[in-house]
Design a protein around this ligand. Structure first.
Ligand SMILES: [Zn+2]
Length: 192
């Protein structure tokens, strides 16, 4: 997308010229609407064509994606980014963990692409139980020290891996749940 300027020939009718104006933009989605006030818009003086400057376009796409995510109960761009960062994952490691293309994680975070409900759940699981990352994808090579308080769990998994053991989801979950309770300081509350 090239940079727009006043006087550019309209790419649609090829007769009119683009003129920079200011206007409110309103977007509707599932009975909700979002308004962007007083935005710069390039409008053709002959036909209905309108275009947004590149930077505005980028910002609005991100905000609109978050607007739709919010309505659909999905995590927002900045939440996805902060969960990834809290795990100490870079974009590539996160992509490998999620089994998506390297570029996809960046696109989730800048709002160009909306994560599926399944991917959203994975993020939420990682947020609460970060050790899941080392169980499901030990090949990513995340240092054990990344997970404070989860050292025993990681050692446990490494031993089992040598036996080609694939952790059962249920037992792995229980183990992490116990570990998580300990971290929360409710060790004695489990009644064991
Ligand atoms: Zn035009």
């Amino acid at each position: 997308m090239s940079v727009l300027k006043n006087g550019d020939i309209c790419p649609v009718c090829e007769k009119g010229k683009l003129k920079e104006i200011r206007k409110d933009l309103i977007f509707r989605y599932k009975n909700s609407s979002k308004k962007f006030e007083n935005e710069n818009v390039f409008a053709c003086d002959v036909c209905d064509y309108e275009a947004l400057p590149q930077e505005t376009n980028k910002r609005i796409i991100k905000e609109l994606t978050d607007f739709r995510r919010n309505i659909n109960g999905l995590l927002l761009s900045d939440q996805l980014k902060s969960i990834r960062k809290s795990l100490g994952f870079n974009i590539k490691q996160m992509a490998k963990f999620l089994s998506v293309n390297d570029k996809t994680v960046g696109r989730y975070e800048n709002g160009k692409v909306t994560q599926s409900a399944h991917i959203d759940k994975l993020y939420r699981i990682l947020q609460v139980f970060p050790s899941v990352a080392s169980i499901l994808r030990p090949d990513i090579g995340i240092p054990i020290s990344s997970f404070k308080g989860h050292v025993i769990l990681s050692e446990h998994v490494t031993l089992r891996e040598n036996d080609n053991y694939i952790p059962e989801p249920v037992s792995a979950y229980n183990f992490i749940a116990d570990d998580y309770l300990d971290l929360k300081g409710s060790k004695n509350a489990t009644g064991c």
